[in-house]
Ligand binder design. Structure first.
Ligand code: 13P
Ligand code: SF4
Length: 329
């Protein structure tokens, strides 16, 4: 019998025939089971290439809410698959590896956040989508990096706001909107370890290169960026720009789509402050094409959430989707 080993997070006892054409097999299973594959830009190139939809956190939530598929295979991390389940509770939502977590979501444990909220009674809670379903259930409006500014600005100017869990995105938004928000002290391990020194050196070596940064990066890095935005924002900027060389300060998986859209341009992954040349998210990269095939074939691991939690967490996500639609996002 196949067992889902909790520690490993996937069906580790399935032995795959090495001659199997995984692309053909995944496509066959998708049709047979009426399944859809939603992938984040940080996934491996082959997962992006087999996906039905590739996008940022907002786009992925919108797709999860709208799909008429029976099964959603979420090629991303746990909080993203949870969000899909909350928005489409009747559908089976699969995640190729249950251990695909997120350092940012982990930096905000529900119990501690509950105590934090008590200290700031009367505040409206805006939570970045990179948090657990339990945190979403304690939130008034969820946001992503694409819509955060608009969501903050949709509230009255004197509204007291808690912004969680990303302190870097929060600080960036405080500056952009002029709102004095209380910030939870969380961060993303991938966006915090870019080396400012190495990036400055790269900019000197490649005259005219534009630095594109995700707002999860720290303030020092953002202060020298030519463009700041979500993964979709970064991709779109590189497509429209007449510049030819870009230093990309976000997870390197996005470069696959940037190359595809603009094969004549050069994309340099921003280096971290260790010996690696680019910055991979170790959680995102737990998903592989093999695990994706196994999870679609055996319909495991599945995201299961209590109905009550789904009910509570759904409201702030739906509020986010309503505000986004109002602004055409
Ligand atoms: P976006 O793709 O929404 O910009 O989010 C980036 C990220 O860190 C997802 O984990
Ligand atoms: Fe979480 Fe950062 Fe990885 Fe995104 S890149 S999933 S925020 S750890």
């Amino acid at each position: 019998m196949l067992t889902l080993e909790k520690r490993k997070g996937y069906l580790s006892d399935v032995v795959l025939d090495p001659s199997l054409d995984l692309f053909a097999e995944i496509n066959r299973l998708k049709k047979k089971k009426n399944a859809v594959i939603l992938a984040h830009y940080y996934q491996d190139a082959d997962i992006q290439d087999i996906a039905d939809y590739i996008g940022d956190s907002l786009g992925l939530s919108q797709q999860a809410a709208a799909t008429d598929a029976d099964i959603i295979v979420f090629a991303g991390v746990h909080f993203m698959a949870e969000t899909a389940k909350i928005l489409s509770p009747k559908k089976k939502v699969l995640l190729p590896d249950l251990n695909a977590g997120c350092s940012l979501a982990d930096s905000c444990p529900p119990e501690k956040f509950g105590e934090f909220k008590k200290k700031y009674a009367g505040h409206t809670v805006i939570s970045y989508v990179n948090c657990s379903a339990e945190i979403k259930a304690m939130t008034d409006i969820v946001c992503t990096s694409t819509n955060a500014e608009k969501i903050i600005e949709s509230l009255p100017v004197d509204e007291k706001i808690i912004f969680a869990p990303d302190k870097n995105l929060g600080a960036y938004l405080k500056k952009k909107t002029g709102r004095d928000m209380v910030l939870w002290d969380g961060s993303c391990m991938v966006h915090e370890i870019f080396s400012l020194e190495k990036i400055v050196k790269l900019k000197e070596e490649h005259t005219g290169a534009k630095l594109l940064a995700h707002p999860e990066c720290d303030a020092a890095l953002l202060s020298i960026a030519d463009y700041i935005g979500s993964t979709t924002g970064i991709l779109n900027y590189s497509k429209k720009s007449s510049d030819k060389v870009f230093i990309v300060a976000t997870e390197a998986g996005i470069i696959h789509q940037m190359h595809k859209a603009s094969p004549d341009k050069t994309f340099i992954p921003a280096p971290p402050n260790n010996s690696c040349a680019c910055n991979d998210c170790p959680h995102m990269k737990l998903n592989t094409l093999e695990k994706l095939y196994i999870c679609l074939e055996h319909e495991q691991p599945e995201i299961i959430l209590p109905d009550q939690l789904i009910e509570k967490a759904k409201k702030p996500i739906e509020r986010m989707l309503e505000i986004s639609a109002k602004y055409g996002l």
